[in-house]
Design a binder for this molecule. Structure first.
Ligand code: PLP
Length: 256
């Protein structure tokens, strides 16, 4: 077990998160007076005048059954891009910590790093687009807090060798984010199978690609309870809107 807590930014550890009416009341209610919702309903047939469940419990239960991951190990984001952004917020001290990426790869890791003023360490893929494991291990200095591995990789389309990826998860004293946005197009087995073994692992998946639901903006992060706790702590309170939650539940019911 690694020291996840020790890598969390001190201000995030100390943060008293926003508590919504929905968080504080555990039972079933149709009216939350302190939420200041419009009690006259919405112009649409659905109850869009009410705020959505901030922790998306019903949706997580259903995703849990499909993915074989307990609900407490699931975080849902407004696209997996939101999970990427929140990982920087939790683990990277601006102007101090670093992130390691392996170009050519998905551009958002770099954009998020710039947004958070986090320096980027680049270890290019080898000819043939494999990971340069030796060079990555050498470059993982203590200031590197996040390592992004996109597998299958955008834009090269190959999946990395499972042994290489697992070795990096084992050796790195920091968070390894395995972005599996394209996992459903590949024969590669998901890194979800390593979650019970490594608490410094985050696996990202999304409803935007094989599910054909990019417009709904729904991404998944699977990780240890500690990491999920901190992602929930820093997320905007109602980050997954109610229409997205309802449509995703419907899509999950329609799996062939
Ligand atoms: C590798 C990779 N990760 C994440 C994303 C973003 O996915 P989402 O739509 O869930 O934010 C993309 C989108 O192109 C991608 O290529």
């Amino acid at each position: 077990m690694k020291e996840i807590e020790a890598w969390v930014r001190p201000n995030i550890k100390a943060l008293k998160p926003y508590a919504s009416a929905r968080d504080e009341f555990k039972g079933e209610a149709s009216v939350y007076l302190d939420a200041n919702e419009n009690s006259f309903g919405s112009p649409l047939p659905q109850n869009y005048n009410r705020y959505p469940d901030p922790l998306q419990k019903e949706l997580k239960e259903k995703i849990s059954r499909v993915k074989g991951v307990p609900p407490q190990n699931i975080f849902l984001g407004n696209g997996s891009d939101e999970a990427i952004d929140l990982l920087f917020r939790v683990f990277c001290e601006p102007a101090q910590d670093k992130v390691l990426i392996c170009p050519p790869t998905y551009g958002m890791y770099e954009v998020s790093a710039h947004i958070h003023n986090v320096d980027i360490v680049r270890v290019n893929l080898l000819p043939g687009f494999e990971l340069d494991v030796e060079q990555i291990l050498e470059s993982l200095t203590p200031s590197v807090k996040l390592l992004f591995i996109c597998s299958p990789n955008n834009p090269t389309a190959n999946s990395f060798h499972a042994d290489d990826v697992e070795l990096l998860v084992q050796k790195f004293n920091g968070i390894v984010v395995i972005d599996e946005a394209y996992i459903n197009y590949s024969r590669q087995k998901s890194a979800i199978r390593w979650l019970t073994e490594y608490d410094n692992l985050v696996v990202l998946q999304t409803f935007s690609k094989a599910w054909g639901l990019a417009a709904l903006r729904l991404g998944m992060a699977f990780a240890s309870e500690t990491i999920i706790h901190y992602l929930n702590k820093v997320k905007p309170p109602y980050n997954i809107n109610i229409a997205t939650q309802q449509y995703a539940l419907e899509a999950l019911d329609n799996i062939q």
